[in-house]
Design a protein around this ligand. Structure first.
Ligand code: GCO
Ligand code: MG
Length: 409
């Protein structure tokens, strides 16, 4: 099972994706996702210039050994670029192993622990009426759990509101990163947000009842005490989770949040390693692990962090926006199906153009995802289609407060 080729593709069907393709002597091919939104070329270079040649001649079966070799031999371990590059290799090798075994990857991880994976979708609106329509649309699509994001009076553009016109003038139904040479500036006011959000959840509960699991993403914008206040004020509306209420770097912040509220906490989409979750899980400061296979070093570490989390009744809630390519998405569906402590999967849905380049075999039926039963990850990379969507420079927006101070977006 010698590796003879490792190629890197950067393609932009609706948004940019970085894909690694590993070929073995026997002709088996595996693919992996290394997309880091807004920094795609850095990780493509990491793979092309520093990793590809290290893989040639290696035994594709040795997934753990290859992972440890790439992680430890770089010396400069961790960080989003390194870990996305390692993730792509890890996924590609699991894909190859599945194909060699003629089994879907989840079978190699212990087999299915459930029939399907509960998913949540992104409802949003600039006002209550538009938000309700968006929730209804998601319910019609089969979603049984819904993330709620809305505009805030007095703020021009807010993360997560798809139908609102962004500073770039575009909608971000599929992708918040705006194409162009500079990031778009947006505005932010935490006090206005803290006042407004509970009224939105009250309206949603009044309209849709107490049953439906509702989620919300704070996108790292609050201080610990503001996050604690928000968690507390949302308690009457029984959220499934409050995500990224404080910046990912200050993990101690969640101790304070926890002391004040029983609203469940999810964090970790910007984390890169199991170490980032170590004390959060051990001290039971979170309820859901938000890591994504792509930014976390791949399938192998995702399975490890979830096995660790299981001891503390912490569940999965893997990051699944459209910047996780269908390859990275499939990778975490296989993990989600296999682990015992599955919670929920974010599912934003890729565009038709993305689905032309990445032919997926996963299914979404009646609110539940399944990775399918094709050998490996179950995603085919269409190189010819990829070529017709060349890379386009794009940046995520950033925020400034009313006095001009840069703020978390
Ligand atoms: C989410 C995330 C994303 C990020 C995006 C940045 O919960 O899905 O917060 O929407 O903003 O991944 O590239
Ligand atoms: Mg998020």
């Amino acid at each position: 099972m010698k590796i003879i080729k490792a190629e890197v593709f950067v393609t932009s069907p609706s948004r940019n994706f970085v894909t690694l393709k590993v070929t073995t002597e026997s002709g088996l091919v595996g693919i992996g996702d290394a997309t880091v939104n807004g920094r795609e070329l850095a990780v493509a270079s990491y793979l092309k210039d520093h990793v590809a040649q290290l893989l040639i001649g290696k035994d594709a079966h040795r997934i753990e050994d290859t992972w440890q070799f790439l992680y430890r031999s770089s010396y400069w371990r961790r960080g989003p670029i390194t870990m996305a590059a390692i993730a792509a290799v890890d996924m590609a090798l699991w894909d190859i192993k599945g194909k060699a075994a003629n089994m879907p990857v989840y079978q190699l991880l212990g087999g299915a622990s459930r029939n399907g994976l509960r998913a949540y979708g992104h409802a949003s609106g600039t006002d209550t009426e538009q938000l309700f329509d968006s929730i209804r649309e998601h319910l019609e699509l089969g979603y049984k759990s819904i993330r709620v994001q809305t505009a805030v009076p007095g703020i021009k553009a807010v993360y997560g509101v798809a139908a609102q016109t962004q500073a770039s003038g575009e909608r971000y139904d599929y992708e918040p990163a705006g194409r162009g040479a500079f990031p778009q500036e947006e505005d932010w006011d935490t006090r206005a947000y803290l006042r407004h959000l509970p009224t939105v959840f009250e309206a949603v509960r009044n309209e849709f009842g107490p049953e439906i699991p509702l989620l919300h993403d704070g996108h790292h914008r609050m201080t610990p005490i503001q996050a604690a206040k928000l968690g507390k004020s949302l308690e009457p509306y029984d959220l499934f989770w409050l995500e990224d209420c404080t910046p990912g770097e200050n993990q101690e912040a969640l101790r304070l949040v926890r002391q004040h509220t029983t609203t469940p906490i999810a964090i970790g989409e910007v984390f890169n390693t199991i170490y980032d979750f170590q004390s959060l899980i051990k001290e039971q400061l979170i309820d859901y692990v938000r890591a994504a296979s792509t930014h976390f070093g791949g399938i192998s570490p995702l399975k490890k962090v979830m096995d660790y989390a299981a001891q503390y009744q912490v569940k999965s809630g893997f990051h699944g926006p459209t910047d996780i390519s269908p390859v990275g998405f499939a990778a975490q569906l296989h993990v989600g199906l296999a682990i015992h402590n599955y919670g929920i999967q974010e599912y934003m849905q890729h565009s038709d153009a993305t689905n032309t380049v990445f032919e997926q075999s996963m299914t979404f039926k009646d609110g539940y995802l399944h990775p399918g039963d094709k050998p490996g990850l179950g995603v085919e990379f269409n190189e010819e289609a990829a070529l017709s969507y060349p890379y386009q420079q794009a940046y995520l927006p950033y925020n400034r407060l009313i006095d001009g101070t840069v703020h978390d977006w």
